[in-house]
Design a protein around this ligand. Structure first.
Ligand code: X2X
Length: 345
């Protein structure tokens, strides 16, 4: 700090020095706090910061910092900040990213068995969803993930919700309305297979590129739960929303095994408990939001129509979709799925 210049009173100078010193000290404390984090953990996801996933993730990160007494700096990177889903899956496999929430169907590009929770029209309601995913079907999928990759999934899957079809061309009232429609689907063999069974023209595009693909008409439509149609503002580039509820979808909270194992056991417990607790809160938020948005989305200009699930389910059956995926997953996993859903084909 320089000597007082002519015309600057001594009192003013001392006041400036004390403010500057306090600021420096505060800055130093913040740096020290940051420096105190023994472990910096990066969690990436593909959803807007306003989606309940990120609201709960931020809250969870703060709890982990507090409960670990600052030893963990749990950093949340929403909205594809560290790359799109395909890129980030590679990063969590290598450990460049420590945690990543990913749909079981996109994870299917690495662990095919994980796609079983996304079979079209499988779960009739959330009672069936959570009985299966918190029960033997979820345990089966997590075992496959652990056996086949360098990542593992925490016990409580986070929610995405039931998916609806939006597009800019026509309402989808019956399966025939999907014929030839250029629809974006996430990169996953099952998603592509399902919309081919509907005779549409599915295009695999990562979520990071969906808004622009719809805006430039590379594709006519896409399918997602209402909370994503809203928070990603897809209503700005779509005209119709058909309530097909064609699939329940979730997000496995994935961790790189080596990254997690570097944590001492007490910190592993803090991270595990908070991720599962946040997942349970996020489930409640997502369901409430998905159930609440139709009126608001109508106000944004989306034209809504309901559909007859049975007609779409019958189309999948006649196209051989259920038989194809029963064969791909195998008799035992399929029987495990039907234990919760009832007979599907
Ligand atoms: O990519 C999608 O459509 C999304 C955001 O729902 C998933 O992550 C599966």
């Amino acid at each position: 700090m320089g000597k007082p210049t002519a015309g600057v009173t001594r009192r003013h100078f001392l006041k400036t020095v004390s403010i500057a010193s306090a600021a420096a000290a505060t800055g130093m404390m913040a740096t020290q706090a940051h420096a105190a984090a023994e472990f910096t953990l990066k969690y990436a996801n593909n959803l807007p910061a306003t989606h309940p996933m990120n609201v709960r993730a931020k809250e969870m990160a703060a709890k982990i910092a507090t409960e670990s007494k600052g030893r963990i700096d749990f950093q949340v990177y929403p909205n594809n900040q560290l790359g799109n889903d395909t890129d980030t899956l590679g990063q969590v496999r290598s450990g460049a990213v420590d945690f990543f929430t990913l749909s079981p169907l996109i994870l299917g590009t690495l662990v095919p068995a994980a796609q079983i929770s996304g079979v079209g029209f499988a779960f009739k309601d959330y009672n069936q969803v959570w009985a299966a995913m918190d029960g033997e079907l979820g345990a089966h999928v997590r075992k496959q993930i652990d056996a086949k990759s360098t990542v593992f999934a925490f016990e409580k899957i986070w929610d995405n919700g039931y998916r609806q079809i939006t597009n800019s061309t026509r309402p989808i009232n019956k399966p025939e309305d999907l014929k030839g429609m250029k629809l974006r689907v996430p990169p996953s063999p099952l998603w592509t297979s399902m919309f081919r069974a509907f005779d549409s023209a599915p295009a695999s595009i990562n979520f990071a590129e969906v808004y622009s693909a719809l805006q430039t008409k590379i594709v006519e439509g896409q399918e997602n739960p209402m909370a994503i149609i809203s928070t990603a503002k897809l209503y700005e580039v779509q005209k119709f929303c058909s309530m097909t509820n064609h699939m329940w979808d979730g997000f496995w909270f994935l961790a790189n095994k080596k990254s997690f194992e570097r944590l001492p056991k007490d910190l592993q417990e803090i991270v595990t408990r908070n991720i599962n607790e946040a997942g349970m809160k996020q489930r409640a938020d997502v369901k409430a939001l998905n159930d609440s948005l139709a009126t608001e989305m109508k106000g944004k200009g989306l034209a809504f129509n309901d559909t007859d699930n049975e007609a779409f389910r019958a189309k999948l059956r006649s196209a051989g979709f259920y038989a194809e995926w029963h064969k791909k997953f195998g008799d035992e996993p399929w029987a495990l799925l039907e234990k919760y859903t009832g007979k599907l084909a």
